[in-house]
Design a protein around this ligand. Structure first.
Ligand code: APR
Length: 247
């Protein structure tokens, strides 16, 4: 409990806060993480079969169906107490929310201006041009996947960032600027193995920020954290908000 109070105090004193979230924040909404043993997607599926440009080229239907299955799960899930507490916190302070998640649970919990480093599973884009393909067009053009309306060699593909692909430049630049400019950085529910996202807390620290992590498991960042809260996000975040309110 002491650590939760310490985090609340630090957040309250901060002028600018950066929060970096990963799949762990959506775990309590019933969405599988990637790397947790047993339950993580990458313990059941191989990323090289499903989440690379080469995989899509080899078997676009397999990749398309896998994302359709995940999109369906996400559509049925609800934001949990951690998403909601973060959105509440952002109403009380200057907070930039950067997520690696492709679900939209932060937005559905009320967070605005979310920087989505790895894209959005609800979006569909052209595999050649990257241009957006609208849900209306998709509804009228079934196929697994349909051909792209934007390029004669293109296919419709999920609007997410795959292994080996560049992150959206604008999002990455905004996230890095927020890291350089914050005085508290908080990482929630990320294994911190995938760069450049995992480098944001260290970048913030290099610029003088105080760093806290919320994760039930240790990560490569834990030893560098000023405070490690070894709890789930769904427990810790509402408790931090409560401590913020009652201090
Ligand atoms: N609360 C907080 N953290 C949790 C919870 C929870 N309830 N449950 C699990 N975690 C933690 C795990 O301990 C783990 O450290 O969440 C982390 C999830 O790690 P990953 O599955 O690796 O997810 P993430 O860090 O978001 O992955 C980064 O990898 O495959 C890619 O593009 C994908 O964006 C993803 C990126």
């Amino acid at each position: 409990m002491q650590t939760l109070h310490e985090l609340a105090t630090r957040l309250k004193q901060a002028r600018r806060i950066l929060v970096l979230t990963g799949a762990g924040i959506s775990a309590e909404s019933g969405i599988a993480t990637f790397r947790d043993a047993q339950t993580g997607l990458w313990s059941r599926f191989r990323p090289e079969d499903l989440a690379t440009p080469a995989a899509f080229q080899r078997d676009p239907a397999l990749v398309w169906r896998w994302y359709a299955w995940r999109r369906e799960q996400i559509a049925q899930a609800q934001p949990n107490a951690a998403h909601i507490a973060l959105a509440e916190l952002a109403r009380r302070t200057s907070l930039t929310l950067v997520t690696q998640n492709v679900d939209d649970l932060h937005q559905r919990a009320g967070s605005t201006g979310v920087i989505a480093l790895h894209g959005a599973i609800a979006r569909t884009v052209c595999s050649v041009t990257g241009r957006e393909i609208s849900p209306v067009w998709l509804a009228a053009n079934p196929g697994e996947p349909p051909r792209s309306p934007h390029h004669d060699r293109g296919l419709a593909r999920p609007g997410v960032v795959w292994f080996g692909e560049e992150l959206p430049a604008e999002a990455l630049t905004a996230a890095q600027a927020a890291a350089r400019g914050c005085d508290v950085v908080l990482a929630i529910g990320t294994s911190a193995l995938v760069y450049p996202a995992a480098g944001l807390p260290a970048l913030a620290q290099q610029h003088g920020a105080w760093f806290a992590e919320i994760n039930p498991q240790p990560t490569p960042l834990t030893s560098a954290a000023d405070l490690a809260i070894v709890q789930t996000a769904g427990y810790a975040m509402p408790a931090v908000l409560d401590a913020w309110e009652n201090r």
